[in-house]
Ligand binder design. Structure first.
Ligand SMILES: [Zn+2]
Length: 391
């Protein structure tokens, strides 16, 4: 059994109090054991790494690691250095603009296990925590918040780089508001890990922090489950190979979209697996085109797709009317029977037919597509979206 020697950790919460310094020795234990015996979220670091890994399985690329060094200093042993790609870029640019000054990072990404403990310590009046977000509700759980020990030296520079010093009374805390809000994915990741390890005592996989999830967290092993992250256990799972569509289209223009996906699950997709709109399901698309099965139902696979095989959906879409150039995101998912995979996002900028937005380009009316600006472009951004159940 591993013995962890714990030292003081600078952690923080929705409010990010300076923690007391503690030294203690602990054996393997449940998360709940630490509600009254620790003030350091390092006690659940191994479980948190499993949760972060499972988030990576569910939403590949949504969180990226950033390195220590070149002025960025991790304080304590509880820093999980993950952020969104844009958040990381802004953070590194800010540090580079600091003229050699160190940025002392005390907390970055935080999992529901860490937030659970911070919240319990806050509720119990322990560890000097003045206020804490409920588990599932902290921006730290989205990789869009950091806590900075020497915050006062960085308020202006971080603010110039997209990191807002925006929580009064929580001096060390900065939010990157342009990063996507992924709250709930860490909760769902924990639920999946729990169920993988407790097949006869499962909890709902809904990404919502509720009483069952709280109970499971209290009983979960702080040093991690026997079975860790597994990116391939889902029966229905979709990996996006490419989304080919025009980057810009004029209102009324007809254009072709090719979505190529790989079956990354363990079950074969039947021929009647369908590409449908998502977020929410059943939504009529703004891009309905000729040949669609219904406004929320684009096309069928038309042949079975075994695990690891790819399937291409090619369909015709029509750009909706807009008054000004508008970046539009359309979400799709694969439907197999009553089950749905994670969602796939396509981003297209639609320009008005009079079109002086976007450089006065191309007034085509309903004449359709002009090759010059319809050259295929890879647009995809994808991933498992919040609250999406992945089976
Ligand atoms: Zn914070």
């Amino acid at each position: 059994m591993r013995i962890a020697a714990l030292i003081s950790i600078g952690f923080a919460v929705g409010a990010c109090a300076d923690p007391p310094a503690l030294g203690e020795h602990v054996g393997a234990a449940t998360v709940g054991d630490y509600e009254t015996t620790s003030c350091s979220t390092a006690v659940v670091l191994e479980l948190s790494r499993q949760i972060a890994g499972e988030v990576g399985c569910m939403a590949p690329g949504q969180l990226v690691v950033f390195p220590e060094g070149n002025g960025l200093v991790f304080t304590g042993g509880a820093v999980l250095p993950y952020a969104s790609e844009v958040g990381r870029a802004d953070l590194l640019a800010a540090v580079a603009a600091g003229g050699g000054m160190s940025l002392e990072l005390t907390s970055a990404y935080r999992t529901v296990a860490q937030q659970y403990l911070l919240y319990r310590w806050y509720q119990l009046g322990r560890c000097g925590i003045p206020v804490a977000a409920a588990p599932g509700g902290s921006n730290h759980e989205s990789g869009r918040a950091i806590d900075v020990g020497n915050w006062s030296a960085w308020v202006t520079i971080l603010g110039d780089h997209g990191w807002a010093h925006d929580v009064p009374g929580d001096d060390v805390h900065f939010d990157h508001l342009a990063s996507p809000d992924l709250r709930g994915t860490d909760v769902l990741a924990f639920q999946r890990l729990w169920n993988r390890n407790h097949p006869t005592a499962t909890i709902d996989e809904d990404g919502v922090y509720g009483p069952m999830t709280a109970m499971a967290l209290a009983m979960a092993p702080a040093e991690g489950f026997a079975l860790g992250p597994d990116c391939a256990t889902a029966a229905l799972a979709v990996g996006v190979e490419s989304i080919v569509a025009p980057r810009t289209v004029a209102s009324g223009a007809t254009f072709t979209v090719e979505i190529t996906v790989r079956n990354t699950g363990t079950a074969t997709w039947p021929a009647d697996a369908a590409l449908v709109t998502a977020e929410p399901l059943g939504r009529a698309s703004a891009f309905v085109g000729p040949g669609w099965l219904a406004p929320d139902r684009i096309a069928l696979a038309e042949a079975a797709t075994a695990p690891d095989q790819v399937r291409q959906f090619t369909f015709t879409a029509v750009a909706p009317a807009v008054d000004a150039a508008t970046e539009m995101t359309e979400s799709f998912t694969l439907e197999v029977g009553a089950e749905h995979a994670s969602s796939i996002a396509m981003v297209v900028t639609v320009t008005p037919v009079d079109g002086d937005a976007d450089g006065g380009c191309c007034s085509t009316g309903s004449a359709g597509v002009r090759g010059g600006w319809l050259g295929p472009a890879l647009l995809a951004a994808l991933g498992l979206r919040r609250r999406r159940r992945s089976l």
